[in-house]
Design a binder for this molecule. Structure first.
Ligand code: PLP
Length: 397
């Protein structure tokens, strides 16, 4: 069968693939220290689960409006106003099956052959593949670890062409855990206004912050900035609800209407029960999030300190999200038990098969020098895994 060319342009999500391998090994009884997963290990808060149970009992199990229920869109409008001073109408909010789906609807509505979209590196894996799936060209903006992965507005401007449609920003970021300060956002907003670009602001980790870092939604920098920004967010990370699949987009009406039309002809509404649960998460979930973040912070400190004490490794202290992104350049070129370790992928395979530690290699995030470890896992796993990594790296050096 001759498949569409676009299907051949992308690979399955490597982060999901590594997490699946680690889970399969664990299911076979192998004791894996798993740092691959991009999801909180906390259980979904009780009141959220109760709302879902009530929804089932009340028979709220049918189609809802394709763009999401009025109740949930209203809860999202209130959240955006309360937390960022943003004002949206219902027609500017689209609820989808996870933030990944929100981004996909956006890519479909916005991009076509010849279009370019600027993505700062390192980046979350799906940004570039979703652009490719829609015949557009991802253009990568290199950032430097030494600068805390900050965006250099001058370097960014060099990449803008007549074909550039949008810039993606992701603060706090996956995989780096870096956060952008207000000054950086102001420079980006100024550039977007001057060069007529759409800003895509993925704020899925907005509530997971450390060391006094704060989050500013770029859309809140003024009405003219909001008019050219799509805010992407959801319940997966802040409320430990990855499996419930609720995300949303908020932005300019014409674009959101096009996205809503695409959704109405593809998936229809996101799960009715999850929508009821998400209303409670948005209205009452923040006490839960604060407790979770306090615990993530404890784990972050242990993991970063241990990583930085290992031979051949150095790791920036992330100020957001729940990932460590250590630089392992000094370990590349060393001899492992299965041959020379040339790349982060070779290193990740060596760690998984020889030391039973699952990490994600840097390549799918655009880095040939890093690996990503999630600390959204128990302290016990972190301590056990760090002992194994220490032993693994000592054998290489
Ligand atoms: C940066 C970023 N954006 C979006 C998503 C997608 O989240 P969701 O579970 O809502 O689809 C993820 C999930 O890993 C992510 O890391």
């Amino acid at each position: 069968m001759r498949l569409a060319a676009r299907a051949g342009r992308i690979a399955p999500s490597p982060t999901l693939a590594m997490a699946a391998t680690a889970k399969a090994m664990a299911a076979q009884g192998i004791d894996v220290a798993d740092f691959s997963s991009g999801e909180p290990d906390f259980d979904t808060p009780e009141p959220v689960k109760a709302a879902a149970e009530a929804a089932i009992r009340a028979g709220f199990t049918k189609y809802t409006p394709s763009s999401g229920t009025d109740e949930l869109r209203q809860a999202i409008i209130e959240k955006l106003q309360r937390e960022h001073g943003l004002r949206y109408e219902k027609s500017q909010i689209l609820v989808s099956c996870g933030a990944k789906h929100s981004l996909y609807n956006l890519a479909e509505a916005l991009l076509e052959a010849g279009d370019e979209i600027i993505i700062p590196v390192p980046y979350w894996v799906s940004y570039s593949d979703q652009a490719l799936l829609n015949d557009a060209t991802p253009v990568f903006l290199q950032t430097r670890e030494e600068d805390g992965y900050a965006i250099d507005a001058h370097a960014l401007e060099q990449l803008i062409t007549a074909r550039t449609k949008a810039i993606i920003i992701n603060s706090p970021g996956n995989p780096t855990g870096a956060t952008y300060d207000r000054r950086t956002l102001e420079r980006l907003a100024e550039l977007a206004l001057r060069r007529d670009l759409l800003l895509i602001s993925d704020e899925i980790y907005e509530k997971i912050l450390y060391d006094g870092a704060t989050h500013t939604s770029i859309a809140s920098l003024g009405p003219e900035v909001a008019a050219r920004t799509v805010v992407i967010n959801g319940v997966s990370k802040a409320y430990a609800m990855t499996g419930w699949r609720i995300g949303y987009a908020a932005g300019p009406k014409d674009l959101l209407t096009a996205m809503a039309n695409i959704q109405s002809q593809s998936t229809s509404n996101p799960c009715s029960i999850s929508q009821k649960a998400a209303v409670v998460a948005f209205r009452d979930g923040d006490v839960f999030t604060e407790k979770m973040v306090t615990e993530f912070d404890r784990r972050r400190r242990v993991m970063i300190e241990r990583l930085n004490a290992m031979p051949g490794v150095h790791c920036r202290r992330p100020t957001g999200a729940f990932y460590a992104f250590p630089n392992v350049r000094a370990l590349l070129g060393k001899q492992g038990s299965r041959g020379t370790i040339h790349t982060p992928t070779d290193l990740a395979n060596y760690l998984l098969h020889e030391f039973k530690v699952a990490v994600i290699p840097g390549e799918p995030f655009g880095s040939t020098e890093h690996i990503r470890l999630s600390y959204a896992t128990s302290m016990e796993t972190i301590v056990r895994g760090m002992d194994r990594l220490d032993a693994a790296f000592k054998q290489l050096i």
